[in-house]
Design a protein around this ligand. Structure first.
Ligand SMILES: [Zn+2]
Ligand SMILES: [Zn+2]
Length: 339
């Protein structure tokens, strides 16, 4: 660490000393810049929030009536002489990389990001910088994503076969981001789409933000229970094994996640199917994104931190880690459960 670093680690979170603000802090602070509305990055209790304009509705769905200022992508704001701007991260609706510029030096904090296509959010844009602060959620060489279009074709084929056999298609996916990406990607003509109570408020926020999604029904609003036999049902992973499932009668279940690329994950969860669909960069994606920044120094925040740091050092880059509290999927599940 240098005394003049633009971003440093404080007990509250990542801090910009020159600007006097935090980025995705995990303890309550005065000024928080938020990369995206997942619960481990956007926490309650800050006095002031700054986020991308596209994140407005999803942040309010999650955190209620917070004091929120927004910036369009690429728009600049001076904070105590530090120039702050937000750039698309391609992760979920409203996700942003935070670019911080001070006295000719540029740092970029990625939040979470992916390079692959997603109809529900703006595409990742590489931003040139001196220092790049990167996630590494799937920072292992085994993680290489198939094309999303192929995965949606697999989901459609599974749903169609289930509908023809008269059983529900229960697809577990994270309530914010993944569920809406699935909605935008599947063939909605196959049957009705029914959503868990944790998913539907996010659908509403996405539509309010101008994202086109097919029609959905909240589970509790379905009066004709026979409709479940042709339905695609989206639910958070926490619904698995709960009495909530009883209403569906016979069903096939599946999980849409990057984690199911490892076969053991699907087996341990005792699921019929696993669909490899992630909102994070895979191993080649991390390398590509980091190279595109031109950064000579990289700081890794969460996920397979040691693996990525070692690989970057082998490439001749200055690589280190910040010990953060991101990547807590239990926090995201808890946030979904309260919706
Ligand atoms: Zn995230
Ligand atoms: Zn994260």
């Amino acid at each position: 660490m240098n005394g003049d670093d633009l971003i440093v680690l404080r007990p509250e979170g990542l801090y910009c000393p020159a600007g006097g603000f935090f980025i995705d802090p995990w303890r309550p602070v005065e000024r928080a810049v938020i990369t995206h509305a997942h619960a481990d990055h956007a926490r309650a209790g800050h006095a002031h929030y700054l986020a991308a304009a596209d994140a407005r509705h999803v942040l309010r769905a999650r955190l209620g009536d917070i004091a929120l200022q927004t910036l369009g992508y690429g728009e600049g704001l001076e904070v105590n002489g530090v120039r702050v701007s937000l750039h698309p991260a391609g992760h979920v609706l409203g996700s942003a990389q935070v670019r911080v510029e001070h006295r000719g030096r540029v740092w970029v904090v990625s939040g979470d990001y992916k390079l692959g296509p997603d109809a529900t959010c703006a595409a990742f844009e590489p931003v040139r910088c001196d220092v790049f602060v990167s996630e590494s959620t799937f920072g292992l060489p085994v993680y290489r994503w198939p094309r999303a279009s192929e995965v949606f074709a697999q989901i459609d084929a599974w749903w169609r076969a289930n509908a023809e056999a008269g059983r529900a298609s229960l697809l577990y996916c994270y309530a914010f981001g993944k569920a809406q990406r699935v909605l935008a990607g599947v063939d909605a003509s196959i049957g009705p789409i029914v959503c868990h109570g944790a998913v539907e408020p996010l659908n509403v926020a996405y539509r309010a933000s101008g994202v086109r999604l097919p029609a959905t029904q909240r589970v509790g609003e379905v009066t004709d229970k026979s409709a479940f036999r042709r339905a695609l049902v989206l639910a958070p992973p926490s619904a698995q094994g709960t009495p909530w499932l009883k209403r569906f009668g016979e069903y096939s279940d599946a999980f849409a996640s990057g984690w199911v690329q490892l076969r053991g994950v699907r087996r341990r969860r005792a699921l019929d199917r696993g669909f490899v669909l992630s909102d994070h960069a895979d191993w080649p994606g991390l390398q590509q994104a980091i190279a595109a920044t031109g950064a000579q120094r990289v700081i890794v925040t969460h996920g397979y931190v040691d693996v990525l740091v070692r690989w970057l050092a082998e490439q001749g880059l200055r690589a280190e880690a910040f010990a953060t509290e991101y990547g807590d999927e239990a926090a995201e599940e808890a946030a979904a459960a309260t919706e």
